[in-house]
Design a protein around this ligand. Structure first.
Ligand code: FAD
Length: 466
């Protein structure tokens, strides 16, 4: 056991907390979404919570931790779903939320600390110059921008802009390395791929520069449909309509909307599937014309309700908020992350939807992937056993649908991030003792790891770019 009294003394002047209950509370994220991860990670806790205010304090913490051989696991707001921010080997939990300064806003870009809450950042850039982030996770009201870059993938806005994996969707990152004398490294273009969605295993992000786009007063819309496939076909047609500006397109099957979207329930119809949309005001008439032609009935629009008080943004019905709303009612639900490669994505959805009646309830997110509109899924699943979950994954894969397994806490098994020699070499350079968020990268722990053992990955390996 490390000598935490000495460490605390050496960190004098930096905010430190060692109350075990408080440290444990900050050692958790939304891992409990997965019954598999819940069983594995329930007892995980750090030993010390440290909250640096600036980069100089981050450097001091890493230098001290390195000298004592203590692991450091960074944390934004702890809204990740795969135990990303959970310190598997104990040690220091590095709370980055105090580094929330906005440093510069210019046309098309913003520079800020990693700990700023995303919705706050959007509010500031909108007020400053009518700009907003291109996309954000549905947890924007609580999640930090640094946590999103290190642990997320895409979200509200990805129907137009794609995801974090796409070149140009992050402009620059500044990271601090975990060495005897920590260094500051600036990353841009291809090198950003080393750190994005790497769970903080190869550096602590201390500054980010993100691209901005024109902000709009997005209209929240819910369209009702007779069947889930009607919603899917409408969503596909809408998302591929070049002239209609959208920020969110999510078809969701019955009974999810009526049963679980409590605040919107007065507007919804029992037994109906819906499409959840965010539409630019000037695109509303075009969207409505398409909805009418495709027999969709507008059930809710935020620009026509008397008051939005107490009604959440529709993006908080989408992405992993759909799962959260179902879990609040029925903890036997779990979910998968699937991808239906285009151009046959609609047919793949139809096929897999028909395969699991009563066991899987459809929820898709339309997004731009490698330049094409297609869809990913966050289907709700009635959980029975881990074996059945694995079987469902296999059946999806056999039918041409990729699965990013949200029931695994390592980068590789989650299927989002492909590690390879370049990624490994970068970690050796930035974290030679393997003290940053240990246990999350199989390639680090297992020198015989076969980089090609996995399937496809959302964030591809770096070898291709080297
Ligand atoms: P945390 O959970 O605290 O951390 C995430 C990872 O980043 C961890 O590995 C952590 O160690 C690392 N990290 C944090 N800060 C730093 C730093 N400064 N330097 C280096 N590493 C760091 N994700 C999406 O991509 N899209 C969605 O739409 C989405 N919707 C969600 C909905 C719900 C209801 C929930 C519970 C989760 C959702 N998520 C989504 C997952 C998660 O909310 C987001 O990825 C979010 O952006 C994570 O931010 P955070 O500040 O909470 O990060």
């Amino acid at each position: 056991m490390a000598d935490y009294e000495t460490i605390k003394a050496e960190l004098d002047g930096i905010a430190v907390e060692d109350n075990p209950r408080l440290v444990q509370a900050k050692s958790r994220d939304f891992y409990w979404y997965s019954p598999v991860l819940k069983a594995q990670l329930d007892n995980v806790t750090g030993d010390l919570l440290v909250s640096p205010k600036n980069e100089a304090e981050v450097i001091k913490v890493l230098k001290t931790a390195f000298a004592h051989g203590v692991p450091v696991t960074p944390r934004g707001a702890g809204t990740g779903n795969y135990g990303q921010a959970m310190p598997l080997s104990g040690g220091i939990v590095l709370d980055m939320s105090k580094m929330d300064e906005v440093k510069e806003i210019a046309p098309g870009r913003v520079v800020c600390g990693p700990g700023i809450v995303i919705a706050k950042l959007d509010k500031i850039t909108k007020e400053h110059s009518g700009q907003e982030l291109r996309f954000h996770p549905s947890t924007a009201q609580t999640a930090t921008i640094g946590g999103f870059i290190a642990g997320g993938s895409g979200g509200v806005g990805s129907v137009h802009w794609g995801g974090l994996r796409d070149l140009g969707n992050i402009l620059r990152l500044r990271i601090v390395t975990m060495e005897a004398e920590p260094r500051v490294i600036e990353l841009s273009t291809w090198d950003l791929q080393k750190v994005s969605h790497a769970y903080g295993t190869n550096g602590i992000i201390t500054e980010v520069e993100m691209p901005l786009t024109t902000a709009h007063d997005w209209v929240d819309v819910i369209v009702g449909h007779e069947t889930f496939m009607d919603a899917v076909v409408f969503s596909d047609k809408l998302a591929r309509s070049n002239g209609i500006l959208l920020k969110e397109v999510a078809p969701i099957a019955a009974p999810i909307p009526f049963d679980f979207f409590t605040r919107h329930k007065p507007w919804l119809k029992e037994g109906e599937a819906v499409t959840v949309l965010m539409v630019a005001p000037h695109s509303m008439s075009a969207m409505l014309a398409l909805a009418e032609r495709m027999k969709g009935e507008v059930r809710f629009r935020s620009d026509e309700v008397e008051s939005m008080k107490g009604i959440p943004h529709v993006y908080e019905l989408a992405w992993n908020h759909t799962t959260l709303r179902a879990l609040k009612f029925d903890s036997s639900f779990t979910y998968l992350q699937t991808q239906y490669p285009g151009p046959n994505h609609v047919e793949l959805v139809r096929k897999t939807t028909e395969m699991f009646p009563g066991e899987i309830f459809g929820h898709l997110e339309f997004l731009r992937f490698d330049g094409q509109v297609q869809c990913s899924g966050l289907p709700l699943i009635r959980y029975t056993t881990e074996e059945r979950l694995d079987e469902i994954i296999l059946l999806h894969e056999e039918n041409g649908c990729r699965v990013f397994n949200p029931h695994r806490y390592t980068l590789e098994e989650g299927g989002m991030k492909q590690t390879d020699q370049v990624q490994l070499a970068f970690k050796k350079e930035t974290d030679p003792e393997g003290l940053l968020n240990p246990g999350k990268m199989i390639a680090w722990d297992n020198p015989d790891f076969d980089f090609n053992s996995g399937q496809n990955y959302l964030f591809p390996g770096l070898q291709a770019f080297a």
